[in-house]
Design a binder for this molecule. Sequence first.
Ligand code: C2O
Ligand code: CU
Ligand code: CU
Length: 549
Amino acid sequence: MIRREFLARTLSVAVASLFAREVFAQHSMHGMQGMSGMNDMDDMPGMSPSHGAGHGADTHAAHAAPGLAPDTALPAGAPLAALRKLANESSEAGVFRATLVAQPVRRQLMPGHSTSLWLYGDAAQGPIVGPLIDVREGDTVVIRFVNRLPQPSTIHWHGLPVPPDQDGNPMQPVAPGESRVYRFTLPLGSAGTYWYHPHPHMMSSEQVFRGLAGPIIVRAAGDPLAAFPERHLFFSDLKLASDASIAPNDMMDWMNGREGQFVLVNGARRPRIDVAQDERWRLWNGCNARYLGVSLGGKQTFAQIGTDGGLLDKPRDGLTELLLAPGERAEIIVRAGAQPSTAILTAAAYDRRKMTMTEGKSLPGDPAKPLADVHFMPGATASQAARVMPSTLRPIAPLLPDNDSADKAPQKSVVFTEAMDMTAMHRPGAMMSALPPGMQFLINGASFDPKRIALTSRRGEVEVWSIENRTDMDHPFHLHGTQFQVMSRQQQGSSRTAEPYLAWRDTVNVQPGETVRIATVQHDAGERMFHCHILEHEDLGMMATLKVV
Ligand code: C2O
Ligand code: CU
Ligand code: CU
């Protein structure tokens, strides 16, 4: 495609000076040795004109990437750690009150080295994931956020129907050293699997890749699967330099979204999971950009029972793979089986059409990556006598029940595009700015401006949004403040495919050339964000504001 080639060509011209900016940043921030920084630059695949087409693929092979720790540098094989849980400081019924402090924490992840992370809580021990907020429908949640980071931050309650002024929008930053209280009440019907993470303008990528993100579970009183034992798998991404420091984003990270050499499950590389009985798993894709086609090695099946916004109306059984785009969550039932066996929990191969620095070429798709080793040991503990998966889980009414109501509903259009601005890239001083200038990921032709309202909706009015991806790579669309229903998907030149099942979501992947139609409704007046959930793209401006009146 013409757009892709233009982008690739301009990048290869500008990339050397942009990468020099990263080396400069490493000097000033981490006091790195000048020589090692220069070597990193010389060795960077695809960064030098002497490398031909195809070498861009080397950036994939983390075990060989110069400057980075080998992808075996973190210990593997420990039993899956339980998540830390955020303690409720309130004794009042129906009130969950707690404090979340975002702060730098040093931990030894690589044997013999210490890594400086940014975490919620002091987390001297336990998983390097924010603590689990485990609450119930109807609860009032009051969380004091204390920002001990060197940057402004916010906490965004991804997927939860909280009032707009409590949702950690980038327009309401909490300055370093400051604090604020977030307060919201969880309505009936909001049970589901959510998460929280920072959302400051242009700094979300860094704050999340340094460790700031954590899970939320909202529980319903009448949960039909309450008898199943639960397991929580929070996936996050980590990119470590060879000195065990968290590597800054390079050009490829900004362009394609950052993927480190490690995918962590509850903060650890490739843990071991022993399954003695059928279990309910909650899965969070908390990675900046990595797509996780979750499978149990390919052949073994499981049932999906929930999406971002809670249970499906009925289970989708017999699945062998479930794609979770960045930001997405799911609930599945994993069966212990009748015989002892093993499986590798895997992120299946997926091609999200990453770009290269070389003209007109895409990187090869991501190869499969092991996430955890699962040992099925049925009967090793208590029997599961009456634990049968119900054939219906909960009723879900379609927001727009037929074509007629969909045609009459207000229509909105969201178009993703990408563009390059050579002038901005070479403007004097541009290289010293916080983000690589000139690399543009746009929504409806514009980059994020906190003062601009892109769309306006009326509260309580169900709308149809068409989200069209006119770029050459996948982008996960995310809308704040509500759960929506995917109605159909359509690839350029082919006919519309109705979504085969009803589900509540707040994030949906949109492939290149695809248009995804959703039914959505907002319930509170105020400003809501919508954006690509590849956090580098969000930071680069692939975000916009919806005003609800
Ligand atoms: Cu999870 Cu606006 O983000
Ligand atoms: Cu969100
Ligand atoms: Cu994107």
